[in-house]
Design a protein around this ligand. Structure first.
Ligand SMILES: *Cc1c(COP(=O)(O)O)cnc(C)c1O
Length: 362
């Protein structure tokens, strides 16, 4: 027996996650692989989050708080906004998909960019919408080109800020002028998965912009700097009417008890955030120095990964690194994305990368 799958769904290419360390260890007979492929926090989960898990697990026989009240209240307090502007999601991945389901009908358009986070296109296509792709210009979001691509069928624009995989940011004025051009029927989703790593003063304060009634949805996650990727929890900030509509679409218990409790603890763990930022800054500096020495073009990143032009076939370099137990991300052509790790991991990457790049056969 076979079922008929909608051609648009059948055509979706599956998400390719970073290779798991265990798999690479098995495949290449390596004792310890180093995963610098998924922009996770190599420092680990917030210790404050870990310390409440045992206690929190005593209520696992009960359903979670479907409303996520305690966590939403803490986020609201941190952001200085009312609770009715917050929604929790099973990772911000779920919120991306919820947003598509909430505001798009089949046949509607969403404007996205490339290379950028691949989930936008998948979510739009899965909702039988059209993903209109406006390529990056000089590795940055081209918001004027995106504004030009808006039609009466456009419902959503996704802006990944900082952008995964390039690490570039859209500045305040750029975003503001884009928002001013938005017609009433378009919502702009700004994905700030790496926002906590940003240091440029030009980074837009999206919560302030939202208070000025711009049609903005902000997506954030506990998967990156907070180190809770395995628990699956993120949050969205939008106007109360958008949040209300998204709440109608989401499943009632989309975030679990442990994730809510751990996220609440992690949110208050300023030491862990600070240590993560410091580790990231030091690691990026080492990577930049090496790329500079090797004469490889790279982009200064506002996130916890670096995008580099290997000037060779990137897939070949990626595979050669795997044999050294180093897992990075091949993006396209010569481009690789390398997550900043702990100092020991960064050293292993640097050693392997030097060796690989000195191999003439590549
Ligand atoms: C990692 C990442 C996310 C977060 O995904 P979760 O579902 O919250 O784990 C969202 N957006 C971008 C751009 C990312 O890189």
């Amino acid at each position: 027996m076979s079922i008929e799958v909608h051609p648009a769904i059948a055509a979706i290419s599956p998400y390719v996650p970073g290779r798991l360390a265990e798999d690479v260890e098995r495949e290449f007979g390596i004792a310890q692989a180093t995963k610098l492929a998924s922009n996770e926090n190599a420092l680990g989960p917030s210790p404050k989050a870990l310390s409440i898990l045992k206690e929190a697990s005593k209520t696992l026989n009960r359903y979670p708080d479907g409303n996520g009240s305690a966590l939403k209240k803490a986020i609201a307090a941190r952001c200085g906004i009312p609770v009715d502007r917050i929604i929790l999601g099973n990772g911000s991945d779920e919120l991306i998909s919820l947003l598509v389901k909430t505001v798009m009908a089949p046949g509607d358009d969403a404007i996205i960019s490339a290379p950028s986070f691949s989930i936008y296109e998948k979510a739009v296509t899965a909702g039988l919408g059209n993903a209109i792709i406006v390529p990056l210009t000089n590795h940055c979001y081209d918001l004027s080109a995106m504004a030009t691509a808006i039609t009466p069928r456009t419902r959503l624009c996704f802006v990944c800020n900082p952008n995964n995989p390039t690490g570039t940011v859209v500045g305040r004025e750029q975003l503001l002028s884009f928002l001013r051009q938005m017609p009433n029927h378009v919502l702009v989703a700004v994905d700030e998965a790496y926002g906590e790593y940003v240091t440029t003063p030009d980074y837009p304060d999206t919560i302030a912009l939202q208070s000025q009634e711009y049609p903005l949805v902000v997506l954030r996650t506990f998967s990156k700097i907070y180190g809770l990727a395995g628990l699956r929890i993120g949050y969205g900030i939008a106007s109360p009417d958008v949040i209300e509509a998204m709440n109608k679409v989401r499943l009632p218990f989309n975030t679990n008890t442990l994730a809510q409790r751990a996220a609440l603890a992690a949110l208050q763990d300023d030491d862990h955030i600070q240590a993560s930022r410091t580790m990231n800054r030091a690691g990026k500096t080492l990577f930049y120095e090496m790329f500079h020495q090797l004469g490889l073009p790279f982009i200064y990143s506002e996130a916890n990964f670096v995008y580099v032009d290997t000037k060779r076939d990137g897939k070949t370099v990626f595979e050669a690194l795997l044999r050294f137990g180093i897992i990075v991300r091949h993006i396209d052509g010569p481009m690789l994305r390398i997550t900043v790790g702990r100092p020991d991991e960064n050293e292993r990457f640097i050693t392997a990368f030097h060796t690989v790049m000195q191999t003439p056969a590549l």
